[in-house]
Design a protein around this ligand. Structure first.
Ligand SMILES: CC(C)(COP(=O)(O)OP(=O)(O)OC[C@H]1O[C@@H](n2cnc3c(N)ncnc32)[C@H](O)[C@@H]1OP(=O)(O)O)[C@@H](O)C(=O)NCCC(=O)NCCS
Length: 183
C-alpha cells in the first residue's frame, strides 16, 4: 500500500520524510520531553540523522513487518511524525504511533494525524485490528488513543527497562467494525 502523497488532512499535510528535513526533525525529536517515553533515545544531530535516514525509505507497505512513516507538515515546516506498522498479513493487524513538537501540541493536530493513520490502515490496507501502545505515565499519548475511540486492552507491569527504570505498558486497540459502528 502506497498512499497518494501528499495526504491533506483538515489542517495538515502528510508526506514522506526527506534528508532535507533534518533541522526540523532534530528541533523536536531531540527534546527530552519528546524522547522521554520513546524506546529509541536518539538526541544528537548524528543519531537523529541516522533515524531520519531510515525513515526516508519507509514510504510504502508491501509486506508485514514494514512501517509507513510520514512527516507532519504545517506551513512548510515539519512539526511531527506518524507511523503505521503492518504487524501481520494473515491476521490483518497493525499499529500506529505519533510524535509532535511541543510548540504544536494541545491543538488536536496529533489526533487529526492519528485518525488519518487509522483510515490508511483500515481502508487502504484492509486491517482488521489496529493497536497503539505507550507507557501509562505518557498520559497525552493514551488520552489521544481514547479520543480516537480505542479501548484499553492490557496493562503490562514492568515489562521493559526504559532509561534505567522499569516501565509499564498499556495497549489500546480498535477493530474495523468498532470504527464503522461509531457515529
Ligand atoms: C503524544 C502526543 C503526540 C500528544 O500530543 P497532544 O498535543 O496531547 O495531542 P493532540 O495534538 O491531539 O492535541 C490534543 C489536545 O488538544 C486539545 N484540542 C484542541 N483542539 C482540538 C481539536 N480540534 N481536536 C482534538 N483535540 C483538540 C485537546 O483537548 C487535547 O488537550 P487535553 O489533553 O488538554 O485535553 C505528544 O504528547 C507527543 O508528541 N509526545 C512525545 C512523543 C510521544 O511520547 N509519542 C507517543 C509515543 S507512545
Amino acid at each position: 500500500m502506497k498512499p497518494d502523497f501528499p495526504i491533506r488532512t483538515e489542517r495538515l499535510l502528510l508526506r514522506p520524510f526527506t534528508a532535507d528535513d533534518l533541522d526540523d526533525f532534530l528541533a523536536y525529536r531531540a527534546l527530552p520531553e519528546v524522547r522521554r517515553y520513546l524506546y529509541n533515545d536518539a538526541s544528537t544531530r548524528d543519531e537523529c540523522g541516522k533515524v531520519l535516514a531510515q525513515r526516508v525509505g519507509e514510504t510504502e507497505l508491501t509486506a508485514a513487518g514494514q512501517r509507513l512513516i510520514l512527516a507532519v507538515e504545517l506551513d512548510g515546516r515539519v512539526i511531527g511524525d506518524a507511523m503505521l506498522k503492518w504487524l501481520s498479513e494473515k491476521d490483518r493487524q497493525g499499529e500506529i504511533g505519533y510524535s509532535l513538537h511541543p510548540a504544536f501540541q494541545g491543538r488536536g493536530y496529533a489526533t487529526e494525524v492519528a485518525r488519518t493513520m487509522l483510515t490508511l490502515g483500515f481502508d487502504e490496507l484492509g486491517l482488521h485490528r489496529i493497536v497503539a501502545e505507550c507507557d501509562p505515565r505518557n498520559e497525552p499519548s493514551w488520552r489521544l488513543m481514547e479520543r480516537l475511540g480505542m479501548r484499553r486492552e492490557a496493562h503490562f507491569r514492568e515489562w521493559a527497562i526504559l532509561r534505567g527504570e522499569w516501565s509499564d505498558l498499556v495497549v489500546y486497540a480498535l477493530l474495523a467494525e468498532e470504527r464503522r459502528s461509531r457515529p
